[in-house]
Design a protein around this ligand. Structure first.
Ligand SMILES: O=C(O)CCC(=O)C(=O)O
Ligand SMILES: [Fe+2]
Length: 390
């Protein structure tokens, strides 16, 4: 991996300066760096990304109040209220790799209305196929509105969040154009992913991509006697979208990235940057040429400050199938696939390329059901939950 030498521990991930995109000569260099980051690293930082500091600090400054709400106010925003898996999950309520994640979080998203229609072909408990499985497009139920904290408890939250969401959405679209340029494919190739698309069988409803944003708090926890730090979030590939743009709040470290040689390296907060990585769908689209790099977060040590972070997961249309996505990527890109036969890469974390979950919507529904089984049982029933837990 590239070595960009920081003051204390050397940073082993590249930092790309997006302001170079404004100058034709510098832009060429930027695209070369991006090409290297895409195909050889899979995790990078960006600076001069164009998101106003004020937009970031307006949201960040509300995080202590958001997480500091009375327990009843947080419980009233529980994900259990939401078939869209949007809302609050308490400390250690989420599971990754079969273990509790030592964090609490609010899941939010692009504000959308409910689009799922249970009749006539949306979903029936009985099913109509001989295989006994008819969850026809049930994943459209993932789309829907946020649960907003009250103005009384977190004044100005909705406005600050919406501004942040809109700024990150704009950045994410700009960045995807740079990725297209680095791939050598026409700029705008992936724009179709982000336009409103029809909802299957619900005419004439069109919905835009729904980006998901997590607001996360990792409280400090005692280290175990052997010095091993707790699982803030377990090793995973991002599965909620196309690209991820992560803002690390403050100076508390914990994020780590798994390199191709099996070594975990730190991805500490760097002032003025966002971290960018690629989701399962991106890896599947490029047939592994660009990796959805495995990463994890170690919980802060007992005497450390809480760590906050804000990942933005760029959404995709739920009806997209893997082969449709692949058809957007030329062979020239896919053939750049590196050898990934390293057992340490935990390829089993990814489910996207499993043909049983043939489109993005189903793959995502499965992921949400597996990480929040109680929400799944309440809204999707025991049959669907059992099916996706297999
Ligand atoms: O908190 C972080 O820095 C990363 C969180 C993360 O990887 C995730 O929620 O997918
Ligand atoms: Fe992640």
């Amino acid at each position: 991996m590239a070595d960009k030498g920081g003051a204390n521990s050397p940073l082993k991930l590249p930092i790309l300066d997006l302001s170079k995109a404004n100058n034709p000569i510098q832009k060429q260099r930027l695209l070369e760096q991006l090409h290297d980051a895409l195909f050889n690293v899979g995790f990078l930082y960006i600076k001069n990304h164009g998101v106003d500091l004020e937009t970031i600090s307006n949201l960040v400054s509300l995080l202590p109040a958001l997480f500091g709400q009375p327990a009843e106010a947080k419980a009233a925003l529980s994900k259990l209220n939401s078939p869209h898996f949007l809302g609050y999950s308490g400390y250690a309520e989420e599971i990754t790799l079969g273990e509790k994640d030592l964090r609490e979080q609010f899941d939010l998203a692009t504000e959308l209305p409910v689009v799922w229609d249970p009749t006539p072909t949306g979903y029936s408990e009985k099913g109509n196929s001989t295989s006994g499985r008819d969850f026809s497009h049930l994943y459209w139920r993932l789309r829907g509105p946020n649960q907003w904290p009250s103005e009384e408890h977190v004044p100005g939250f909705r406005r600050a969040f919406t501004e942040y969401h809109d700024a990150l959405q704009a950045l994410s679209y700009r960045f995807v154009h740079l990725v297209e340029a680095a791939f050598g494919i026409p700029v705008g190739t992936f724009d179709a992913f982000f336009r409103p698309t029809p909802v299957h069988d619900v005419v004439p409803t069109f919905v835009p991509a729904q980006h998901r944003v997590k607001l996360v708090k990792y409280p400090p926890i005692p280290s175990s006697g052997d010095g091993v730090r707790g699982q803030g979030v377990g090793a995973h590939k991002d599965s909620s979208g196309w690209l991820t743009f992560l803002y690390q709040v403050g100076q508390e470290e914990g994020l780590e990235v798994l390199c191709a040689n099996g070594e975990w390296i730190a991805a500490p907060p760097v002032d003025g940057t966002l971290v960018v990585n690629f989701g399962n769908a991106f890896e599947a689209a490029t047939q592994g040429a660009v990796k959805a790099t495995v990463h994890r977060v170690l919980a802060p040590k007992s005497k450390a400050s809480p760590r906050y972070s804000i990942p933005f997961f760029q959404g995709l249309p739920l009806d997209l199938t893997i082969s449709e996505i692949q058809s957007y990527i030329p062979e020239s890109v896919r053939k750049l696939r590196r050898d990934s036969a390293n057992p340490n890469l935990q390829e089993n974390v990814s489910s996207f390329q499993d043909p049983r979950w043939d489109n993005l919507g189903e793959s995502q529904l499965r992921k949400w059901i597996r990480s929040h089984e109680n929400v799944a049982r309440k809204w999707y029933g025991s049959r669907v939950t059992a099916f996706y837990l297999q």
